[in-house]
Structure formats: structure tokens, C-alpha cells
Design a protein around this ligand. Sequence first.
Ligand SMILES: Cc1ncc(C[n+]2csc(CCOP(=O)(O)OP(=O)(O)O)c2C)c(N)n1
Ligand SMILES: [Mg+2]
Length: 581
Amino acid sequence: MVHRNGAPKTVKASPKNAVKGNGKLPDSRPAAKAPPAVAPSPTIGEYLIQRLQDYGVTDVFGIPGDFILQFYGHLEASPLKVIGMTREDCAGYAADAYARVHGLGAVCVTYCVGGLSLCNSIAGAYAEKSPVVVISGAPGVEERRSNPLLHHRVRDFNTQREVFEKITVANASLDDPLTAFREIDRCLEAAVRFKRPVYLELPRDRVNSRCPYPHQPTTVEPQSHKDALKEALAEAQQMIARAERPVIIAGVEIHRFGLSDEVTKFAEKTQIGMSTMLLGKSTVSEKHPQFIGIYEGAMGRESVRKFVEESDCIILLGAFLTDIDLGIYTAQLDPGKCIYVTSEELRISHHHFHDVLITDFVKGLLKLDLKPSTRPLPPKPKSNGKFVLQPNAEITTARLFARINELLAEQMVVVADVGDCLFGAADLTIYRRTEFLSPAYYTSMGFAVPASIGAQVADPTLRPIVLVGDGAFQMTCLELSTAVRHEFNPIVIVLNNKGYTTERFIQDGPFNDILNWNYHKLPELLGAGWGFEVHTEGDLDQSLNAALAHKDSFSLLNVHLQPLDVSPALKRLGERLSKRI
Ligand SMILES: Cc1ncc(C[n+]2csc(CCOP(=O)(O)OP(=O)(O)O)c2C)c(N)n1
Ligand SMILES: [Mg+2]
């Protein structure tokens, strides 16, 4: 999958937004030289669309409403494609997935009823570092004058913006043409630089306001402090050279900043084994000979856990140490033995460095003069051999994942929702880089189905394999309507364990029960798609083969599982936790 780290293709003003001359009309008197033709300065709406394109955005997700309709008109007339969704939160998940695949995503909604419904998915994008541009309509500046009770208003006209202030890295109200153009530049740059969402509010009477002065897009290239970078690399070199048992852990930011090649080359050059964390799963190829497996504390494979925790130099690159990643706090990592770099922090043992960019540090590591490590890699997991089908056996979670592992191929992206499907998915082997999408830290149920739409919009050659629990599926499954409209063909596997099994695992009660739907009948409602009901391994095999063959629409497998049957990963966690208590 292509990862673009979101750098703008060009920052030059295009003919559409070119601002030439002083804005005065040419004079009709004969002159020695004809004055240059004056192109009208761009409107705020036009400029925003142009800048999104400069950053490589080709599609915008959302739902219109009267406060954003004018801008939708501009979008329609532009090369950007609008992908209409059934709900704004789904549009947010789709834009988030698009951003993860493509480098920058955008979602466009109406005021408050649309915007506030986006909050949860944008909070997730913030937490998991996915750069999404939120564009919301708003009442016109002129119509706010006498403080009227315009529809959709909550408290005052700034309420929605104040809410988004907390869940975005930059925000602006494009209410003044004097500042709006610079504000657009500032916010888009912040999204790409910090890999977090930004919020732009566009009052409906400002969409067609023109720039009153010649505006050139601005970009500021952040730079590392040279001496700090040099010292940090020198210290890292010493620590790695001294280490007898080094290990690399690549995290999600390695994907977001487009550094997977550098990390892989660093591992190859130094012969150090590399691992990832769940949120960064498939940041480096899981087929690479030096890939040792996912590190997830007590939830992961024992050999990987030992290899990492017995290390005297843990090189954590772009990894956030979340509780899910650390196997619900069961991991033991001594900070004194870590080289820890993210876009927000650089710590080598207990020394903290400031003003060092992750990109410069990782590229710098690659240039260090280091002897190859002689530490033997942990043994690869024993393969259970080829999946031998037992056609009449009742399907179990473990066997379901074993069969899915066989199915995975290039050009597939695994999109996992929250619940046991996420834990089970950790054990899948993802062929190429960054072909695993999931909300593995924020863990908001309902992500997977809409995210699969975003992934396929970003790269139509990818076929999504969506792994989703019955509970999460009930939250956002109707977004398959959008898949039908665009002839997308995700293979959606519903782990129907009749309720909230992950929650049952912690504390059971009737609150974990849900209605058992005929999930496989959804194609009837939507007028397209293929539905399959799966009770046995034979059913599973047949329906997966049929789903692979049906490339014209989505396929949905309703896989019946026992309510207390869980994945091997969740079982491991349970067993190890119980040993410690
Ligand atoms: C939006 C949201 N609401 C509630 C939760 C709390 N929660 C975590 S897992 C879970 C159950 C998930 O059920 P299901 O999708 O059926 O997956 P299962 O646990 O059965 O594998 C719940 C309710 C959540 N993570 N996200
Ligand atoms: Mg369930």
C-alpha cells in the first residue's frame, strides 16, 4: 500500500487561485504596454479546495446540510469527489481510514447536528494520529448579528468550535477574508506535521468571499536542532553498540511519517530483530525474515515477550505505549534500557532531548556506524501446517482466524473492529506493509465497516477483509449502503458470538446480551451483496471461496460462535493474568 506522508505536491498558486496584479481593473486608455490580465483572487471555498488538492486529497466524505450546501456546490464543481455516507460519525471513520492509507483525509459536514456527531470518530483520529481535515458549515457572520435562535445552534455560535478545540491540533473559523487564507494554510500544515485532525469552520456567507490581497500559500519546514540531533544520535550509537541483546519495536508513527523503509533498512544493516505493536501492526512487513512478531505484553507470544523484555536496548521507534499495546498493562519495559522516539518526545535512557524530529532521528540511525548484532532471533511460531478442513466441525474463533490467515493475500487490507476480532487479528500475518487498519488504542466500536469504505476509496485496488463483532456491526453496518453505491467489495466477517463477549470476559451480565440478527440477510435490504450463514468449517470454507469469487459487491459472513469462545490471544491474556493474581 502506498503511504504518502502528506507533503503538499506543490505549494505554488495554481491558475485557479493565482493572484496577479493589484486587484484594480485595467485602465482602458492606450498604454505603451498592455497591463497583465487580472485573474480574480480565489474565494475562500475555492482556495480550500485547491489546497486540499495540493496535499493530494482527491475525495471528501460527508453529508450536506443547509449551512454547508454552498461549499458542497463548489466541491461538486471541483475535481474533488464527494463520498456521501449514511452518518457523520461513519464519514469520520472513513476519512480517518482514508488518511491512514493516503496521508491526509477530509470530511465535510453541516453545523452542530453534523459536526457534533463527528466528535467520536475525530477524537479517535486524534488519539491514533490520523490527519483528518474537518470542514464544517456554520451560520453566516451577517445572520448572527442580533443573536437569533438559528436552527442547529446549541449554546452560542462558538459551541461546536470550542468542542473541536479539544480534539484537533489546530482550528480556525474562516469568518474573515483577511485571515482565512493564512488560516487554511496553517491548519492544513499542522494536520500533516502533527498527524492529527484539524477543524475549519466555514460560515455560509463567507464561502464566496475573495482574498482582499495577493496571497501566496505558505509552508514552514520544521527543522531539528542540529546539535541536539547530533548528540542524541551519538548517545543512541553508544547504547546500541554496547548492547548485547538489542531489539527494535516499530510503532504507528513509523507508518504515519513514511519511515517504514528506513526502519527496515536499519534492521537489515544492524541485524537487529524487529517487532511492532498492535496499533502499528504491519508498519514493517510481517514476512520480513527479521520480523519477530508483535509485542503485546502478556497477550502476545511468549518468545516475543521474552525477547523484548530481556533486551538491554529496546529501540522504540514511533511507538506509543498504550495499555492495549502493552497487553492491558502487563508489559515490563525498563525506561533506562529504552531509546524512545516519537514525534512528541525523544528519550534515551533517562536523558530527554528536545527539538529533534522523528524523521531526522530515524534517518540518522540508519547512517550510524554499527556492527551487526549477533543476538539470535527468537524461533518463528510453529506453523500448524496447512489448514486442514474439518467440514462438519462447528466453527470456533481459533479455527476462524486460522482459516482467515490462509486466505490473506497481497492486495488485501485487514480492517479490524474492536472486540475479540482485534485480539484475534493480532495473530494474523499481514503480507505487505501497512495493510492492517484498526482503532487499536482508542477502540471505538463501529470503526471497521465505514473504515473499509475509506480504505477502498483511497486505494480501489485493495480488497478489505473486515473483521467485526456482532455488537460493533450493529452500530455502523448500514454503511454497507455506501459500499453498494460505489460497487465496493469488502468481505465482511461478522463474529456472531451473541453479544459483547470481550465484556463478558471481564464481567458478565444481561447488559452484554444483544439481539441475534439475521446479518446475512442484509443484502436483501440493500438490494446488492452476498450473504452467507456459517455454522461449520465447511460452511466457512464455501462462503469464503464464494466471497472471493464475487468481486462485484460486498459479501457478508454471519459466523455463529459460542458466546464464551474467544481467540487464542484473549485466552493467553486471561491465563497469564490469572497466574499473576
Ligand atoms: C463505541 C463503544 N461503545 C462501547 C465500548 C465498550 N466495549 C468494548 S468491547 C465491547 C463489546 C464488543 O462487542 P462485539 O462487537 O460483539 O465484539 P466481541 O466482544 O463480542 O468480540 C464493548 C461494548 C466501546 N469500546 N466502544
Ligand atoms: Mg460479540
